[in-house]
Design a protein around this ligand. Structure first.
Ligand SMILES: NC(=O)c1ccc[n+]([C@@H]2O[C@H](COP(=O)([O-])OP(=O)(O)OC[C@H]3O[C@@H](n4cnc5c(N)ncnc54)[C@H](OP(=O)(O)O)[C@@H]3O)[C@@H](O)[C@H]2O)c1
Length: 355
């Protein structure tokens, strides 16, 4: 069955792969674009990823604007969608609270408002740390009553990006529940490239990690031998997103998209280093110590690492019950992740050496 979809963040890394999969399956898509003039480039990119560019249509707008800045005609176009996939986000370290909130929280609420007013299912992309309740408690998020959370204090602890992703998650759920409207949330682990061709965009956390290792900036492994950075391949992620978005059972539910057998960070760095043919760091540095070292002016730049990125390296194991249930239902399996990592490393190495 073909369903019309409205997508925010379609030009981003996950967005391009989502568009590729949706259009290859014959779904007509409306993509919110701040610069609609870039639509031809996006179509070309999606075509290269195996999608059907003819099913992609641009809608001009910006999530930080009132009503997403949509024209009346585009509001009408979008109203025929069955699902709104909300992926747009300001995804970078060092964001101020004001900027992170304006885009990641208010923007998400504006998308939720549109979905609720048109009675369209909202598929929102969260992040795996939202399923790490120990972490949420430790940074001061009140899980039982999120409205009581001192959000500026949380932003001060974890940075603008993560703070705003957490705040928007609870704010959107609250909004959709009050409006009696349907939502589904997918929480991805750190996204690695496409399992077959390794495609990943520059600036992604995983491609930056590979680049840092390639350029010899990784001097030690952050954390202990138990620390890990859970991964998911972008192809598994978008398949899961599409399945749950169209599944009535998934109304008002959440699921993790995470490969639970991702190796420890040490093991992963070893694997990446082997493919890059460089030395892997062997010594470990406790996360707390590294965090304080990074407050020394110049060190974060020298080691090309941000304290905010350390939040995602942890020892927590996750409850994968819902993911397993859905994998059985949709006959969805993770690809061979050793190969996915290897292909991503080769893809990144290619553009790092060209620079
Ligand atoms: N990648 C990961 O490892 C990872 C892990 C967990 C969760 N996530 C979440 O997954 C989602 C997608 O991530 P991604 O990696 O694909 O991000 P990305 O590559 O950085 O793409 C971000 C997208 O958001 C759009 N955008 C930014 N500000 C906007 C605004 N004001 N109005 C409209 N569009 C705007 C960008 O459009 P332009 O082309 O106009 O800049 C771009 O299409 C995000 O919500 C992110 O938090 C990602």
């Amino acid at each position: 069955m073909s369903a019309e979809c409205f997508i925010t963040g379609g030009s981003g890394f996950v967005g391009q792969h989502l568009l590729s999969r949706l259009t290859a399956k014959g779904h007509k898509t409306w993509v919110l674009m701040r610069t609609p003039g870039n639509i031809e480039r996006l179509r070309e990119q999606v075509g290269q990823l195996g999608g059907n560019p003819a099913f992609i249509h641009a809608v001009e707008g910006d999530i930080s604007r009132e009503g997403l800045g949509l024209s009346e005609a585009d509001k009408q176009n979008v109203s025929s969608a069955t699902v709104i996939f909300h992926l747009a986000a300001q995804f970078s370290w060092g964001l101020t609270l004001e900027r992170a909130r304006a885009i990641n929280v208010q923007g998400a609420l504006s998308v939720a408002k549109l979905a609720a007013s048109q009675r369209i299912r909202l598929l929102m992309v969260g992040g795996f740390m939202l399923q790490n309740l120990t972490h949420l408690n430790s940074i001061g998020v009140d899980i039982t009553c999120p409205e009581n959370t001192d959000w500026p204090a949380v932003y001060a602890r974890v940075g603008g990006y993560e703070g705003s992703k957490l705040e928007s998650h609870f704010a959107v759920i609250r909004y959709m529940q009050d409006a009696d409207a349907d939502y589904t949330i997918v929480h991805p682990a750190t996204v690695c490239g496409h399992s077959e061709n390794g495609h990943i965009l520059e600036g992604q956390p995983f491609s930056e990690l590979i680049r840092n290792l390639a350029q010899g900036q990784f001097k030690a492994v952050p954390g202990s031998v138990r620390h890990w950075l859970p991964l998911v391949s972008v192809d598994y992620l978008v398949k899961m997103m599409i399945c749950v978005a169209l599944d009535p059972f998934m109304a008002n539910r959440q699921v993790l998209a995470l490969y639970e057998r991702t190796p420890s960070l040490q093991g992963m760095l070893l694997q990446i280093a082997k493919t890059l043919d460089v030395k892997a760091p062997r010594r470990h540095v406790p996360i707390g110590l590294l965090r304080s070292l990074l407050t020394i002016p110049g060190l974060a730049t020298r080691f090309a690492i941000s304290a905010e990125s350390l939040n995602f390296i942890q020892v927590q194991r996750f409850d994968m019950g819902m993911s397993r249930q859905l994998e059985r239902k949709y006959q969805l399996t993770h690809p061979n992740m050793t190969r996915a990592i290897e292909n991503t490393v080769r893809y990144v190495k290619d553009y790092v050496t060209k620079q």
